[in-house]
Design a protein. Structure first.
Length: 172
Protein backbone atom coordinates (compact mmCIF):
# COMPACT_ATOMS: atom_id res chain seq x y z
CA UNK A 1 0.00 0.00 0.00
CA UNK A 2 1.08 3.52 -0.64
CA UNK A 3 2.29 5.94 2.02
CA UNK A 4 -0.82 6.86 3.99
CA UNK A 5 0.48 9.80 6.06
CA UNK A 6 -1.60 12.30 4.06
CA UNK A 7 -4.76 10.18 3.68
CA UNK A 8 -7.72 10.06 6.10
CA UNK A 9 -9.74 7.23 4.57
CA UNK A 10 -8.79 4.07 2.75
CA UNK A 11 -10.81 1.81 0.46
CA UNK A 12 -9.86 -1.83 0.13
CA UNK A 13 -11.24 -4.93 -1.56
CA UNK A 14 -11.69 -7.72 0.98
CA UNK A 15 -11.35 -11.38 0.01
CA UNK A 16 -10.89 -14.75 1.66
CA UNK A 17 -8.09 -17.28 1.63
CA UNK A 18 -8.40 -20.35 3.85
CA UNK A 19 -11.16 -18.73 5.96
CA UNK A 20 -8.95 -15.70 6.72
CA UNK A 21 -9.91 -12.23 5.54
CA UNK A 22 -7.42 -10.25 3.49
CA UNK A 23 -7.62 -6.87 1.79
CA UNK A 24 -5.82 -4.95 -0.94
CA UNK A 25 -6.08 -1.22 -1.61
CA UNK A 26 -8.43 -0.60 -4.52
CA UNK A 27 -5.83 1.64 -6.16
CA UNK A 28 -3.91 -1.55 -7.05
CA UNK A 29 -6.90 -3.42 -8.49
CA UNK A 30 -7.86 -3.46 -12.17
CA UNK A 31 -10.79 -5.86 -11.93
CA UNK A 32 -12.13 -9.11 -10.50
CA UNK A 33 -12.94 -11.93 -12.90
CA UNK A 34 -14.50 -15.35 -12.63
CA UNK A 35 -11.94 -18.12 -12.26
CA UNK A 36 -11.06 -19.50 -15.69
CA UNK A 37 -8.78 -22.26 -16.82
CA UNK A 38 -5.19 -21.32 -16.20
CA UNK A 39 -2.53 -22.58 -18.62
CA UNK A 40 0.38 -24.02 -16.69
CA UNK A 41 3.81 -22.79 -17.79
CA UNK A 42 6.53 -25.46 -17.72
CA UNK A 43 9.27 -24.99 -15.11
CA UNK A 44 7.46 -22.09 -13.47
CA UNK A 45 7.67 -21.76 -9.68
CA UNK A 46 5.05 -23.58 -7.64
CA UNK A 47 3.31 -20.36 -6.54
CA UNK A 48 2.62 -19.45 -10.17
CA UNK A 49 -0.46 -21.31 -11.34
CA UNK A 50 0.15 -20.27 -14.93
CA UNK A 51 -1.22 -17.68 -17.32
CA UNK A 52 -4.59 -16.55 -18.68
CA UNK A 53 -5.54 -14.58 -21.75
CA UNK A 54 -7.57 -11.54 -20.71
CA UNK A 55 -8.82 -9.62 -23.75
CA UNK A 56 -5.65 -10.40 -25.70
CA UNK A 57 -3.22 -9.77 -22.83
CA UNK A 58 -1.35 -12.70 -21.26
CA UNK A 59 -1.43 -12.36 -17.47
CA UNK A 60 0.45 -14.44 -14.91
CA UNK A 61 -1.76 -15.96 -12.21
CA UNK A 62 -0.31 -16.45 -8.74
CA UNK A 63 -1.71 -18.63 -5.96
CA UNK A 64 -1.21 -16.70 -2.72
CA UNK A 65 -2.03 -19.89 -0.80
CA UNK A 66 1.23 -21.41 -2.04
CA UNK A 67 3.19 -18.18 -1.52
CA UNK A 68 1.82 -17.95 2.05
CA UNK A 69 2.32 -21.69 2.77
CA UNK A 70 -1.40 -22.32 3.22
CA UNK A 71 -3.34 -25.49 2.50
CA UNK A 72 -4.24 -25.84 -1.20
CA UNK A 73 -7.98 -25.98 -1.94
CA UNK A 74 -10.01 -27.04 -4.93
CA UNK A 75 -11.53 -24.36 -7.14
CA UNK A 76 -15.19 -23.63 -6.28
CA UNK A 77 -17.92 -21.45 -7.80
CA UNK A 78 -16.76 -18.61 -5.51
CA UNK A 79 -13.10 -18.82 -6.58
CA UNK A 80 -12.06 -15.78 -8.58
CA UNK A 81 -9.01 -14.01 -9.94
CA UNK A 82 -8.23 -10.49 -8.79
CA UNK A 83 -6.27 -8.62 -11.46
CA UNK A 84 -3.88 -6.21 -9.78
CA UNK A 85 -1.15 -3.85 -10.96
CA UNK A 86 2.28 -4.17 -9.38
CA UNK A 87 5.48 -2.32 -10.11
CA UNK A 88 8.10 -4.70 -11.52
CA UNK A 89 11.45 -3.11 -12.36
CA UNK A 90 9.84 0.30 -12.85
CA UNK A 91 6.94 -0.88 -15.02
CA UNK A 92 3.30 -1.45 -14.11
CA UNK A 93 2.59 -5.12 -14.58
CA UNK A 94 -0.81 -6.83 -14.32
CA UNK A 95 -0.84 -10.01 -12.23
CA UNK A 96 -3.78 -12.21 -11.30
CA UNK A 97 -4.12 -13.51 -7.76
CA UNK A 98 -6.46 -16.35 -6.90
CA UNK A 99 -8.94 -15.75 -4.07
CA UNK A 100 -11.35 -18.24 -2.50
CA UNK A 101 -14.00 -15.53 -2.66
CA UNK A 102 -14.35 -11.76 -2.82
CA UNK A 103 -16.32 -10.11 -0.04
CA UNK A 104 -16.75 -6.37 -0.56
CA UNK A 105 -15.14 -2.98 -0.89
CA UNK A 106 -14.59 -1.60 2.61
CA UNK A 107 -13.76 1.95 3.64
CA UNK A 108 -12.23 2.86 6.99
CA UNK A 109 -10.09 5.53 8.64
CA UNK A 110 -6.34 5.08 8.36
CA UNK A 111 -6.16 5.63 12.13
CA UNK A 112 -8.04 2.31 12.56
CA UNK A 113 -5.09 0.32 11.16
CA UNK A 114 -3.23 -1.63 13.82
CA UNK A 115 0.20 -3.20 13.40
CA UNK A 116 0.26 -6.94 12.79
CA UNK A 117 1.45 -9.12 15.66
CA UNK A 118 5.08 -10.20 15.39
CA UNK A 119 4.27 -13.90 15.83
CA UNK A 120 1.38 -16.28 15.26
CA UNK A 121 0.29 -15.31 11.75
CA UNK A 122 -0.08 -17.66 8.80
CA UNK A 123 1.40 -14.99 6.50
CA UNK A 124 4.93 -13.56 6.59
CA UNK A 125 4.83 -10.16 8.39
CA UNK A 126 6.77 -8.56 5.52
CA UNK A 127 3.65 -8.90 3.40
CA UNK A 128 1.32 -7.25 5.90
CA UNK A 129 0.74 -3.51 6.05
CA UNK A 130 -1.48 -3.82 9.12
CA UNK A 131 -4.78 -5.12 10.39
CA UNK A 132 -8.16 -3.51 10.88
CA UNK A 133 -11.26 -4.71 12.66
CA UNK A 134 -14.19 -4.71 10.28
CA UNK A 135 -17.64 -5.85 11.45
CA UNK A 136 -17.22 -9.50 12.40
CA UNK A 137 -13.59 -10.08 11.44
CA UNK A 138 -10.04 -8.82 11.34
CA UNK A 139 -8.88 -7.83 7.87
CA UNK A 140 -5.24 -8.50 7.08
CA UNK A 141 -4.14 -5.59 4.88
CA UNK A 142 -1.61 -6.86 2.38
CA UNK A 143 1.21 -4.71 1.13
CA UNK A 144 0.78 -6.07 -2.37
CA UNK A 145 3.93 -4.40 -3.70
CA UNK A 146 5.92 -6.15 -0.97
CA UNK A 147 4.29 -9.49 -1.82
CA UNK A 148 5.45 -9.10 -5.40
CA UNK A 149 8.76 -7.40 -4.65
CA UNK A 150 11.07 -8.16 -7.57
CA UNK A 151 13.97 -9.22 -5.31
CA UNK A 152 11.83 -11.72 -3.40
CA UNK A 153 10.31 -13.14 -6.57
CA UNK A 154 13.78 -13.32 -8.15
CA UNK A 155 15.06 -15.30 -5.15
CA UNK A 156 12.28 -17.79 -5.76
CA UNK A 157 13.14 -17.99 -9.46
CA UNK A 158 16.94 -18.30 -9.06
CA UNK A 159 16.97 -22.09 -8.49
CA UNK A 160 14.92 -22.57 -11.67
CA UNK A 161 17.26 -20.42 -13.73
CA UNK A 162 20.35 -22.24 -12.44
CA UNK A 163 18.90 -25.54 -13.69
CA UNK A 164 17.80 -24.20 -17.06
CA UNK A 165 20.45 -24.44 -19.75
CA UNK A 166 20.25 -21.59 -22.21
CA UNK A 167 20.72 -22.58 -25.80
CA UNK A 168 21.28 -20.19 -28.64
CA UNK A 169 20.67 -22.95 -31.21
CA UNK A 170 16.98 -23.66 -30.89
CA UNK A 171 15.25 -25.16 -33.92
CA UNK A 172 11.59 -24.33 -34.22
Amino acid sequence: MADLDHVDGLQVLSFTLDNDYFAIGIDSIQEVIEYKNVTRVPRSPEFMQGVINLRGQVISVVDLRVLFSMTIREVTLDTCIIIIDVNVEGERCPIGIVADSVREVVEFDVSDIQPAPKIGLSVDNRFIYGMVEQQDALLILLSIQQVFDADDIQKLLDPLEEDAPISEDIDV
